[in-house]
Design a protein around this ligand. Structure first.
Ligand SMILES: CC1=C(CCC(=O)O)c2cc3nc(cc4[nH]c(cc5[nH]c(cc1n2)c(C)c5CCC(=O)O)c(CCC(=O)O)c4C)C(CCC(=O)O)=C3C
Ligand SMILES: [Fe+2]
Length: 374
């Protein structure tokens, strides 16, 4: 067993997230950061800007990350784990490079990194590793000695991630009229990505058949369906669907879209649906706009009763899972054999992203992988 309180060799945890605007003036520069070099049509950007303006130009994601930071610090303190927790983002302040500079100047040399993305894919994994490599290179260019960063493994199938979502589905079902509750369909949703990116997500050897991205989501959906059945005795019909598609229309992305799926459910005579955003860690703008606003309006138009279940956010069980992932990795780095906790059919994920996994369109340096020079 690993020592419950020994984080060595790590001297800090970095929470690495997407970032979001905090007021109307931030929206356009934020979108420029997100889409730089990614070929998103101008029309789509205008439309997405409107989603943010509808909410006063404020994404809830930063507040949610502050709450997660607080939950992590509380959990660490409660368990006698003396390890500082920092926060940096890819697309908005506090920017990753600034946080890593602060950490380096404060003397941190060996940093564990938790991303707010649970699954394999270019956008959810390698792109964060590229951001880390860029930030470390920027520090080196400033004459600093960059620290070593280790990304904690994918946690999609961790009980601390799946459990709160399963509870969220039970709550959402409770909110439905009892007359339609038992027949409700579960629409598991995640961010659509180009099918080419889905096919090449995860280890090279595992490519094909939708790649790791789709398989990992299907595994989580199945776990939640089973957990709900254990509680209610009912196996709800379900499907994995997608949301938030961007990019040019002629490039294939994962389908069906949640709104098309709701229409199909209505046509089939489904009595109700629960939208379950398993692809996301908190109720940020993709949830607030794409599901709570757009898809909910679509369902109202169809006369289909819907609820949206909660993401994990700052649930204390998720904070506990993060501590356990960190201690597991720390023990592994110290050369101890450890138990690796995971539910479902796929098993615990790898510590080091395999060579060539989740490839970028144009190869770029990425930190914290099997092919990363230390
Ligand atoms: C897989 C995935 C996740 C889940 C994993 C993870 O969480 O990392 C995710 C999360 C998020 N995506 C977010 C926002 C945006 N994503 C965009 C664009 C894109 N996302 C993509 C994928 C993903 N995105 C892709 C393939 C693109 C096309 C451009 C490209 O190839 O890179 C755009 C540009 C406009 C548009 O086209 O929509 C925006 C504004 C926010 C912040 C929300 C907030 O502000 O509260 C969050 C958490
Ligand atoms: Fe990856």
């Amino acid at each position: 067993m690993s020592d419950e309180r020994d984080p060595s060799p790590y001297d800090a945890l970095l929470l690495l997230s997407f970032g979001g605007p905090e007021g109307p003036d931030d929206v356009v520069p934020f979108l420029a950061n997100v889409t730089r070099g990614r070929g998103i049509p101008e029309e789509r950007l205008k439309e997405v800007g409107q989603h943010y303006f509808l909410f006063g130009g404020v994404s809830p994601i930063n507040e949610q990350n502050r709450a997660l930071l607080a939950a992590l610090r509380a959990d660490f303190a409660e368990h006698g784990l003396d390890l500082p927790v920092f926060w940096g983002n890819r697309n908005w302040a506090p920017y990753l490079t600034d946080t890593l500079r602060d950490m380096t100047l404060a003397g941190h040399r060996r940093i564990a990194v938790l991303t707010t993305s649970a699954y394999a894919s270019y956008s959810g994994c390698r792109q964060y590793r590229e951001n880390l490599a860029d930030a470390l290179a920027a520090l080196a260019a400033e004459g600093l000695e960059p620290p070593r960063v280790d990304k904690l493994r994918h946690y999609f199938n961790d009980p601390g991630f799946v459990g709160p979502m399963a509870d969220g589905v039970l709550t959402a079902l409770e909110e439905l009229d009892p007359r339609v509750r038992d027949g409700a369909h579960l629409a598991f949703t995640t961010h659509s990505i180009p099918t080419a990116a889905a096919d090449t997500s995860g280890p090279v050897a595992g490519h094909g058949d939708g790649g790791a991205y789709v398989r990992q989501h299907l595994d989580v959906a199945r776990l939640i369906v089973d957990a709900v059945r254990e509680e209610t005795g009912i196996e709800h019909p379900w499907r994995l669907v997608y949301q938030s598609r961007s990019g040019a229309p002629h490039i294939p992305w994962l389908e069906p879209d949640i709104c098309d799926h709701l229409e199909e459910l209505h046509d089939q005579g489904a009595p109700a649906a629960v939208m379950v955003p398993i692809g996301f860690v908190s109720d940020h703008m993709e949830v607030l706009y794409d599901l709570d606003t757009e898809a909910t309006a679509k369902a109202a138009e169809l006369g289909l009763p819907v609820r949206r279940s909660a993401t994990v956010g700052a649930d204390p069980r998720f904070a506990t899972a993060v501590r356990e992932l960190l201690l597991e990795r720390a023990a592994t780095e110290r050369g101890s054999a450890v138990e690796r906790c995971a539910l479902g059919a796929l098993g615990a994920s790898y510590d080091l992203c395999p060579v060539g996994c989740c490839p970028a369109r144009t190869p770029r340096p990425a930190a914290a992988g099997a092919d990363t020079p230390l």
